[in-house]
Design a binder for this molecule. Structure first.
Ligand SMILES: [Zn+2]
Ligand SMILES: [Zn+2]
Length: 213
């Protein structure tokens, strides 16, 4: 799918689509999830989802090691760890060309850097470089779960990412269902900021377990 087409598609999804028919944030066992990429697709089909993304930490092995991209419902994605002003930030890349050479330099070369938080901390990247490379690979860069970032002024924080070329922000996220997730900002605040900067509002369950959330 071309970038403009994907942008239109993502912009067409609203709150009623997440998570009933669209889930753009799922982790497979190629990173720290429990399900294989094929099991994710099977469960998603049984659930009647129309679109999904497997967004593993720092790897696209889910797409390289399987044929899941043949399924029309699957939008390729990746979730990179970055560090900005002492805050650990996750940046999602949607619709990226999985053969892109520039992006290859950002993927983890060691499985530990996909599976374990502590090892992933050593693989922190510059968000500006990550966003540029996602854009150059034909992808859409999206700021993941911003409610979880420790920053006093989320508006200003997001504005910095807008300047770096981010085009979307993850608004629909099961903050309430995830007790382990620390929340610093409300979803309404994130939706307000998305609107203010004209960002595409995306969403997903951030499923890691044996069953899609
Ligand atoms: Zn994870
Ligand atoms: Zn994340």
């Amino acid at each position: 799918m071309r970038k403009e087409e994907l942008k239109k598609l993502l912009s067409s999804f609203g709150e009623e689509d997440y998570f009933k028919s669209v889930d753009l944030h799922i982790h497979s066992n190629e990173s720290d999830g429990k399900l294989s990429p094929n099991e994710i697709v099977n469960q998603a089909q049984k659930k009647g989802l129309k679109y999904i993304s497997i967004s593993d930490h720092n790897t696209i092995d889910a797409y390289l090691s399987t044929n899941v991209l043949r399924e029309e419902m699957v939008i390729p994605a990746v979730e990179f760890d970055c560090f900005y002003k002492s805050v650990l930030v996750h940046i999602l890349g949607y619709g990226i060309d999985i053969d892109n050479k520039e992006l290859k330099t950002l993927y983890a070369t060691n499985k530990k850097a996909c599976k374990h938080n502590i090892f992933r901390l050593f693989a922190l990247r510059d968000p500006k470089e990550v966003i540029e490379k996602i854009n150059n690979a034909g992808g859409i860069a999206v700021l993941a779960h911003p409610c979880c970032y420790w920053t006093l002024d989320l508006d200003e924080f997001v504005a910095s990412f807008v300047k770096m070329g981010i085009e979307g922000i993850e608004v629909f996220y099961p903050y309430n269902g995830m007790r382990s997730v620390v929340k610093f900002h409300s979803r309404n605040k994130v939706a307000y900021i998305a609107d203010k900067y004209g960002l595409i509002m995306t969403g997903g369950t951030d499923s890691h377990g044996r069953k899609l959330l």
